[in-house]
Design a binder for this molecule. Structure first.
Ligand code: ADP
Ligand code: MG
Length: 665
């Protein structure tokens, strides 16, 4: 008759659980409990409130550890398992049914049932099929997509039972499963539990409900943490063998696959309501600030660069005379030098050769003192710091004049005053330069940069008087008819990228050294670029610091908001832990959720700052310069902030003990 008795699924020997209260008081919830439960048994644990029933359930279900005594589940000593090991054991060995159902409100009935299988790594297809099958068996085939709030208490409890069975639990643990539902529905739930025992599961129910006790095969009485009565292992189930346990498929490496996790993150965000909105908002604000500041700083940079071009910072000058004391005279520069520089140096946009000399000037036989005649290859007024000029009358030299080697001149106002009587127009009149006739095309303005320029203030009021006694003629005309093609006085070199000006100046110096064996001075007219560079660094540091502060504020909001979320979501975390989520699953979940929220926030921030930036630029004329890589930087910052700051709440959530997390009702 005696078959070899199968080993019990649950073996407790001398288990005690002592709670240390905060005041140092010790509560002995369980006191030396020894209990074996086999597959096929339907055990009811009863006892007055506070007798330790729930505590016993938690110990059996590995949600809590005993202070003393041994506990073996399906032959495994739980003492030997770490936290993750317990999670895996819970995942496969147990199914929990709670009085308050403990379904996740944000998930459908089917998704709730699938939850344990998600952590077990069952493939989505199998998971859906099995959940549907279980729910259909329990009479909920038409409620798959309903939310828990749309189900009656009895239905919710049946969903909870389906969830308990999802991973083929061999032990079903139910704490007051009928406590919150009416008698009729309670009877149905009991029928289900009895049927599970029939099929070989070990069913352990905690209840002080008489009807539950009457349905059970075995009643264990608890008083003050001790077993005071045990109707004995009736072993009603003749088959002691393990129930059909659909072996979970080999788990995939990651128990939270990324796509699913992101989808989950979005769902969580939607259900998080204000919390989610705050997170997204704070991150988008942070991103917005970073982008706006980057845009402004870039705009200011462009503005500065623009101003510097205007001030001549993009112009290098090489002279045939050296300013170095004691240096010997330099070989004269030639047009070939100009061509070589234009062709062989990077970052050079054009080379403007120049010649000048003091020459006699007369009109109708009447001479004045020799004046400086400049042959220039520029065709518009120049506003740079050193040699600025603008036009008062007529037109300036043109490329046409150059091509036709025209004998035309633009004269300074002082010369005009000396050669022409007041009221007489100089335009179209002839003057002789070095005895060659030239037609006056235009008259230069007097002191064009003398007033309103802070940097000039230290100069004497007549510092620009010499500009009045200058005559400009086209370069080709000067070269062919006046000065001869060799012997340039100087070269002006315009460069494209101001930031590389030092490098380019060096290149030109080297080139000229190779050509002439002498060191020429390559100078920048506006010696402001160095301070400009400094200015830019200050701008970047300033704007960067403000942006970083904005992001940090966003990050701290995330911490605050999600820490609040952790305490709000203790129950959810407890449920997930109970069905087999490991700590790292919870960490991953929270990190992904924050990640999804911050990515979304970052994207919104980037978009709005782009729109806002161009609006700002249009409305106020503020300098705003956007580069595509700003978006990457800002998004990267947002995500990094989110993950960096999100890890704190995630760890807090993962650190919650399953029982503590569940004990929130
Ligand atoms: P029951 O479920 O039978 O009503 P419990 O197992 O919930 O009883 O509680 C048993 C005893 O242990 C009670 O006195 C209770 O106050 C105490 N207890 C339970 N959980 C804790 C805890 N986390 N901290 C301190 N005391 C606890
Ligand atoms: Mg209880």
């Amino acid at each position: 008759m005696d078959r070899t008795a199968p080993s019990p699924l649950v073996e407790l020997s001398g288990v005690s659980r002592v709670f240390e209260e905060e005041g140092g008081e010790r509560v002995c919830a369980l006191d030396g409990i020894s209990l074996d439960v086999h597959g096929g048994e339907f055990v009811c644990i009863t006892g007055p409130s506070g007798s330790g029933k729930s505590t016993l359930m938690h110990i059996i279900g590995c949600l809590d550890r005993a202070t003393e005594g041994g506990c073996r589940i399906a032959g495994t000593d739980v003492e030997t398992l770490d936290d993750d090991g317990l999670a895996v054991l819970r995942r496969h060995a147990f199914g929990f049914v709670f009085q308050s159902y403990n379904l996740l409100e944000s998930l459908s009935a089917a998704a709730n049932v699938e939850l344990p299988a998600t952590y077990a790594g069952l493939r989505a297809g199998h998971r859906h099929d099995r959940a549907r099958e279980l729910l259909t068996t329990l009479g909920l085939g038409d409620r798959l997509d309903h939310r828990p709030t749309e189900l009656s208490g009895g239905e919710q409890q049946r969903v909870a039972i389906a969830r308990a069975l999802m991973n083929g639990a061999r032990v079903i643990l139910a704490d007051e499963p009928t406590g919150a539902i009416d008698t009729e529905q309670g009877a149905e739930v009991l029928d289900l539990l009895a049927a599970l025992a029939e099929r070989g599961h070990a069913v352990i129910v905690v209840s002080h409900d008489r009807t539950v006790a009457s349905r059970a095969h075995r009643v264990v009485d608890l008083v003050d943490g001790r077993i005071v009565g045990d109707s004995g292992a009736s072993r009603a189930a003749s088959h002691g063998s393990a129930p059909e346990t659909p072996k979970p498929q080999v788990p995939r490496r990651s128990t939270i696959p990324w796509l699913a996790a992101v989808r989950h993150g979005l769902t969580a965000l939607r259900t998080a309501g204000l919390r989610g909105a705050l997170t997204v908002f704070s991150v988008s604000l942070g991103t917005w600030s970073v982008l706006a500041l980057l845009g402004l700083s870039e705009g200011v940079r462009l503005d500065i660069a623009d101003a510097m071009v205007k001030m001549g910072a993009n112009r290098l000058t090489v002279g045939s005379m050296t300013i170095r004391p004691g240096a010997t005279a330099l070989p004269p520069l030639t047009l070939a030098d100009a061509d070589a520089i234009a062709e062989q140096t990077a970052n050079v946009s054009s080379v403007l050769p120049g010649m000048w000399e003091r020459l006699p000037v007369s009109r109708s036989g009447e001479s004045i003192d020799p004046v400086i005649v400049r042959a220039l290859s520029e065709y518009e007024p120049r506003t740079t710091q050193n040699a600025p000029w603008s036009l008062a009358e007529g037109t300036y030299l043109s490329e046409d004049d150059r091509d036709t080697v025209a004998q035309v001149a633009v004269i300074g106002p002082t010369i005009r005053d000396r050669l022409f009587s007041p009221g007489e127009s100089a335009l179209g009149q002839h003057v002789e330069i070095d005895a060659l006739p030239f037609v006056v095309k235009g008259v230069l303005a007097r002191h064009p940069r003398q007033i309103g320029d802070g940097e000039m203030m230290w100069l004497a009021p007549n510092a620009y008087d010499w500009l009045g006694t200058v005559i400009h003629i086209p370069f080709e005309t000067g070269a062919d008819l006046v000065f001869g093609r060799e012997n340039l006085n100087g070269l002006d070199i315009l460069i494209s990228d101001i930031e590389r000006i030092d490098e380019t100046a060096g290149d030109i110096r080297d080139l000229l050294f190779r050509r002439h064996g002498a060191e020429y001075d390559v100078t920048n007219e506006a010696l402001i670029w160095t301070s400009g560079k400094k200015l830019k660094a200050i701008h970047l540091a300033l704007f960067g610091a403000i942006g970083a502060i904005a992001l940090c504020l966003g990050g701290m909001t995330i911490v605050a908001v999600s820490l609040a979320g952790v305490s709000q979501r203790r129950r959810e975390i407890g449920i997930r832990r109970a069905v087999g989520a490991r700590r790292r699953d919870i960490t991953a979940q929270f990190v992904v959720e924050t990640g999804v929220a911050t990515t979304l926030g970052g994207a919104i921030g980037a978009l709005s700052s782009f729109a806002g930036g161009s609006l700002l630029a249009q409305v106020t004329g503020a300098p705003v310069g956007f580069e595509p890589w700003f978006v990457l930087v800002a998004l990267g910052c947002a995500i990094a902030t989110g993950l960096g700051f999100g890890i704190v709440p995630a760890r807090r959530a993962a650190g919650l003990k399953p029982v503590t997390a569940l004990a929130t009702d």
